[in-house]
Design a protein around this ligand. Structure first.
Ligand SMILES: O=P(O)(O)O[C@H]1O[C@H](CO)[C@@H](O)[C@H]1O
Ligand SMILES: O=c1cc[nH]c(=O)[nH]1
Length: 283
């Protein structure tokens, strides 16, 4: 293409020098909420001891309110909204951006929240495989009216490195497990507290038990397309989500605001440790 307009980022190959702006990017961290990803960028700024004030970091996508994007040294922090369609649009444009910027050896992380399956609240789950509602490690995309099935396996080396980082930090429990990706927060995740409720408490528990037996340790809403697209495009990727609650014990997220804020920082702390190690800033 003579010009590639990354419409939802409000960036283009004609109006922006993408190699100059992004060429040194080595780590991309994405997560649902715009405020969380801004806080993560500020946190990374402090962790990497970069010059200037963390509060002065500018949103590169300020020309649109679809997504926000911050760059701190070799780290990009981007929000993706909720659900598969929202993250998949962002990933198409991100992967093209990395290509246009001639980036190499980039690792992508999704830093998120999730519902735990048989885990204490606050536990961090590093995803082994992202699985669908039937616990299959695959993502189905409809292309030209036909279903295309893609694998959702993530990078085993990065996942093990993250687990090692957690052992070194010794600040919160971390496990490796499968992550179930759903298209809904309520009925789709077996919740009884939505506006629609079409099954019993026993049926819910039976489904969660089956999920647990299939190795599922948490449930969220983007991991499958994230894993499938990164794999298909040859980008190393990991999914790191904190469990906000144990779904065997309830459906409502009842922890206080302060507790939830601290939980959401856990994936950030883990990935920051990983990045600092990769950059040789800590042994
Ligand atoms: O915390 P984030 O990254 O938004 O992810 C999780 O939280 C949202 C639901 O509350 C879904 O997007 C789910 O995947
Ligand atoms: O239960 C939960 C919590 C956060 N995000 C989800 O998708 N599910």
């Amino acid at each position: 293409m003579e010009e590639d307009i990354l419409y939802h980022f409000s960036l283009s190959t004609k109006t922006h020098n993408l190699p100059e702006m992004f060429g040194d990017t080595k780590f991309v961290c994405v997560g649902g909420s715009a405020n969380r990803m801004k806080a993560f960028a500020r946190f990374m700024h402090r962790q990497l001891n970069l010059p200037g004030l963390p509060e002065d970091i500018k949103d590169i996508c300020e020309g649109t309110d679809r997504y926000c994007m911050y760059k701190v040294g070799p780290v990009l922090s981007i929000s993706h909204g909720m659900g598969v369609p929202s993250i998949s649009i962002m990933l198409h444009e991100l992967i093209k951006l990395l290509y246009h910027a001639q980036c190499c050896d980039v690792v992508l992380f999704r830093l998120g929240t999730s519902g735990g399956v048989g885990l204490a609240p606050g536990t961090v789950v590093v995803t082994d495989k992202a699985v669908d509602y039937a616990f299959r490690p695959q993502f189905e995309q409809v292309v030209l009216g036909k279903v295309v099935t893609r694998s959702t396996e993530l990078d085993e080396g990065v996942a093990n490195e993250l687990l090692k980082c957690s052992d070194e930090l010794q600040t919160f429990p971390t496990v490796i497990g499968n992550t179930m990706c759903t298209d809904d927060f309520y009925e789709g995740q077996g919740r009884l507290d939505g506006a629609l409720c079409s099954f019993s408490h026993e049926e819910k528990l039976e489904y969660l038990r089956k999920a647990y037996e299939a190795g599922v340790r948490n449930i969220e809403m983007e991991s499958a397309v994230f894993a499938a697209m990164c794999r298909a495009c040859g980008v190393k990727a990991a999914v790191v989500c904190v469990a906000l609650l144990n779904r065997f014990e309830g459906d409502q997220v009842t922890s206080s605001h302060d507790v939830l804020v601290e939980y959401q920082q856990r994936p950030q702390v883990l990935v920051s440790h990983f990045i600092k190690k990769r950059l040789g800033l800590i042994p």
